[in-house]
Design a protein around this ligand. Structure first.
Ligand code: AMP
Length: 618
């Protein structure tokens, strides 16, 4: 039963805790929830109607930290202490961003090119994770203020191209802000969810998500099938967006007036005024045909057609990226079922027209393009809250999945933190001649020996036709679908016999248990490496004993008595050592046995070759 409480501070009824959806953007961030009454996603707004929180942090004199609109006011006056575009630095080393250093007006520390970047503000140094956590903390506080209830759980969106380090950095930022980040969701996935796509299990479609914001452009091609969102390709330009539109308008005006760069550099506030009015003009021209304003004593004008001419190169560039994305995804434009528009700059009619013509499709643009990602994050949050029982979308595997191989070793097929859905196949073979079946034991965990991990399932592939050991090719494939269901399939490729099993890996493990398993793997890392090395040596010893024994029983007459006794005693010694547990000793004796057998093995080989060559002319 849901709990209802009273907020002592405000005296109002507290809602049961909700999971919020957060769009942590490069320029702006925002929070959305599913409205408890309408059950529709809505963004959280302050009394003044503001939903967007500029992703900007200002560090004041006495350690005061402000975030959002208030911080934005310091962008020009205090560029060293006002941090913007932190998202561009998430999970990055200085080496990754050094070419873009002119973009940042604040100090990005460059003492060690391999380590993750730090940002200097005043006399303190901050990581992008800490800086992002300030933004998230502000969003959390606002949400709590608006909802009048504590907010501790969130879904946060990231670009589809974010790698594991960037996703982890985003998670960590959430944790630091006091948020339990239940899921990191791809922005194009969230946008699709906001438009209700992927909510029916039967649905299969290919979606293009065109996201043009203030400073970045992304195009993602997704395939949605059975509730699985698969990113087929992403493309874009991390330095292309509405800011470029503002810049070309501003330059167009200052060129008209014959103002030089030097004059503008010497009058920063005039330059800033041109930029601000340029943005006004751009927004105005999304609905009107002409714009005019006064800057200082100058009367400035801009028509819609002139504006469209100015931004044409940028728009064309985005269309080229769309074509590249289609190529990479291996789909042609007629196969695209839906096109979704995201980001404030998709309000520009010329942008809409170009995209619609390029895909030859009507666009999904009815939702506010600034809000659509956050709205989708709220939909995802609601699914996680269990309010939509049909869905349990999972984005990454919390623990590694693998099978048991010789000597009880864990062979990982899907490493932890793999994005799902995920599919991996690997080939194995039999150990014994004529082996007719193979047992597949599936485990979850990070330790090297399966006995320390969690067994999920076991089955046998039976009916493998009799073949010498090493001949059968058994392909074991792991597929984790979006529901977190793992399907393990084993197939002998020569004969076609196959067998499969379904496992639900994540269920039954609490977050604490997952954490404990990860901690264990770190604590025991050294011991595990030693054990793995020993088991590998034992396995190798077993194999070499078997093959050498087979060889000498077949070719007894070919060996001298000395060779035979030497080989037998080396085999006996190795057998004895195998159980003793000293890896180096085992390896030393494997080498010894190899040395003893090498001369007669080579002799036999030479003989075989000369027999084969007999009677043949070269
Ligand atoms: P985002 O990064 O998605 O928040 O998008 C911000 C960008 O959208 C900025 O460059 C804004 O100037 C731009 N933008 C906002 N509203 C409009 C509008 N009505 N017409 C054109 N561009 C807009």
């Amino acid at each position: 039963m849901a709990k209802i409480g009273i907020n002592i501070a405000t005296g109002s009824l507290q809602q049961p805790e909700m999971i919020v959806g957060i769009d942590l953007g490069t320029t702006n961030s925002l929070v959305a929830i599913i409205h408890p009454d309408t059950k529709k996603p809505v963004v959280l707004k302050e009394h003044d109607g503001a939903a967007l929180v500029p992703s900007i942090i200002h560090f004041g004199n006495r350690g005061a930290i402000t975030v959002g609109d208030k911080a934005k006011e310091f962008l020009i006056a205090q560029p060293h202490n006002t941090i913007f575009s932190v998202k561009r630095l998430m999970g990055k080393s200085y080496g990754d961003v050094k070419d873009q250093s002119s973009f940042f007006t604040y100090k990005v520390i460059d003492d060690n090119t391999e380590s993750l970047v730090k940002i200097q503000a005043g006399d303190k140094f901050y990581s992008p994770v800490e800086l992002s956590s300030f933004i998230l903390k502000e969003l959390k506080t606002r949400a709590e203020h608006i909802l009048k209830t504590p907010v501790t759980k969130a879904v946060i969106t990231v670009p589809a191209y974010f790698n594991d380090a960037q996703r982890q950095a985003t998670r960590d930022a959430g944790k630091l802000a006091g948020l339990d980040v239940l899921r990191i969701v791809n922005e194009p996935t969230a946008a699709s969810l906001a438009y209700g796509m992927g909510m029916s299990k039967e649905e299969t479609k290919i979606v293009a998500v065109y996201d043009l914001g203030g400073g970045t452009f992304d195009i993602s091609i997704l395939r949605i099938s059975n509730g699985i969102f698969e990113v087929l390709s992403t493309n874009g330009d991390t330095y292309l967006g509405g800011d470029d539109f503002d810049r070309v308008i501003s330059t167009y005006w200052t060129d008209q007036l014959g103002l030089t760069e030097e004059e503008l550099n010497n009058n920063k506030s005039l330059m800033q005024e041109f930029r601000l009015q340029a943005e006004e003009a751009k927004k105005h021209l999304s609905n009107k045909d002409s714009f005019s304003c006064k800057i200082a004593d100058y009367e400035m004008q801009l028509t819609k057609s002139e504006f469209e001419r100015l931004i044409k190169p940028f728009v064309e560039k985005t269309i080229q990226c769309c074509k590249n994305a289609l190529l990479d995804a291996g789909v042609n434009k007629d196969e695209i079922d839906e096109v979704i528009m995201v980001g404030g700059s998709t309000r520009v009619p010329a942008v809409k027209k170009a995209v619609s013509e390029s895909f030859n499709k009507k666009l999904h643009d009815s939702l506010n393009p600034d809000e659509v990602v956050a709205l989708g994050a709220a939909v995802q949050a609601d699914i996680l809250a269990g309010n939509n029982k049909d869905f349990l979308l999972l984005d990454i595997t919390p623990l590694s999945l693998g099978i048991e191989t010789m000597g009880g070793l864990m062979d990982v097929l899907i490493p932890r933190n793999s994005k799902i859905p995920s599919k991996v196949g690997r080939q194995y073979t039999t150990q014994k001649d004529g082996q007719g079946s193979m047992r597949i034991s599936v485990y979850q965990g990070e330790r090297d020996l399966v006995k320390d991990n969690r067994k999920l399932a076991e089955f046998s592939l039976i009916g493998i036709p009799g073949m010498p050991s090493g001949m059968p090719k058994v392909e074991v494939s792991f597929l984790v679908n979006a529901d977190g269901i793992l399907v393990v399939k084993a197939k002998e490729l020569r004969s076609g016999v196959e067998q499969s099993i379904e496992v639900k890996p994540q269920y039954g493990l609490t977050d604490d248990e997952v954490e404990k398993m990860l901690l264990d793997s770190i604590t025991h890392a050294k011991e595990d490496i030693q054990t793995r090395a020993l088991v590998e040596a034992q396995t190798e010893a077993k194999q070499i004993i078997e093959t050498t024994s087979q060889f000498i029983s077949k070719n007894k007459n070919f060996l001298t008595v000395e060779e035979l006794t030497e080989t037998m005693s080396a085999i006996n010694k190795l057998t004895e050592l195998m159980d003793k547990g000293n890896k180096d000793e085992i390896q030393g004796h494997i080498e010894k046995l190899n040395e003893i057998s090498r001369p007669y093995a080579e002799r036999l080989m030479d003989e075989a070759i000369s027999t084969a060559m007999k009677g043949k002319k070269i």
